[in-house]
Design a protein around this ligand. Sequence first.
Ligand SMILES: Nc1ncnc2c1ncn2[C@@H]1O[C@H](COP(=O)(O)OP(=O)(O)OP(=O)(O)O)[C@@H](O)[C@H]1O
Ligand SMILES: [Mg+2]
Length: 248
Amino acid sequence: MARPVVVAKDVKKSFQHMGRTLDVLRGIDLTIDEGEMVGIVGQSGAGKSTLLHCIGTLDVITSGSLKIDDAELTELSGTRLAALRNRTIGFVFQFHHLLPEFSALENVVMPGLIQGRSRRDMEGRARALLEEVGLKERVLHRPGELSGGEQQRVALARALVLEPKLLLADEPTGNLDSRTSEQIHQLFYTVNEQRKTTIVIVTHNAALAAGMPRVVTLRDGRVERDERRPRGASAASDVSERTGKVEV
Ligand SMILES: Nc1ncnc2c1ncn2[C@@H]1O[C@H](COP(=O)(O)OP(=O)(O)OP(=O)(O)O)[C@@H](O)[C@H]1O
Ligand SMILES: [Mg+2]
């Protein structure tokens, strides 16, 4: 049986704002198993990013239980939380947050250097990943010298360089054209299939969501729907049928 990577039980998250309490997550129950690829959809303000940030240990829940890779987040100190985050989780955001002064290669190498890994080892991995995402000829370009889609590929390579068990993406194709979006989507499917990385993607992109093997719909801070596609009707094959094989 697949192991759960994310287990949320009655997760609530409130914000204090101008003297008022805003209840944003109102009791989320959600289990995501190792190797799953899950889309999170829902109207603006439904709590998607908030949930992703909590799962990614970037924000703290107000009540309930949230386990990542068997660790109860509320019981971990800041240092342990950071260690879990570095070891287990990779992030891709709508805006890539690449460091503008550094090349693609240096951006991808950076998370490993911060962790004290050897530059040589990290450069080897980073070059291989950049090649995998189709950027072999762009490794020395700075973000400003790359297209939006290329920048997002660098961000994906950076998120993968420490081989996270869990990859979290918040509208990773939110500001890309549809063709480039589709190529990035295909990369996510490839990562999920080949590396068995568990992937959670928040998206407004209907085409991406429709193709995902599992789609969780949030509404007003609760899970409104949780739909799975039968195995075999995998999104990856649908997408590659539609787009032809994407070079990776
Ligand atoms: N730090 C904060 N302080 C106060 N309120 C917040 C904070 N962060 C988020 N909120 C509120 O929580 C609600 C949910 O925000 P969230 O960013 O999770 O929505 P979302 O589903 O990701 O929406 P979108 O699709 O627009 O990105 C919003 O109404 C937002 O204003
Ligand atoms: Mg959001």
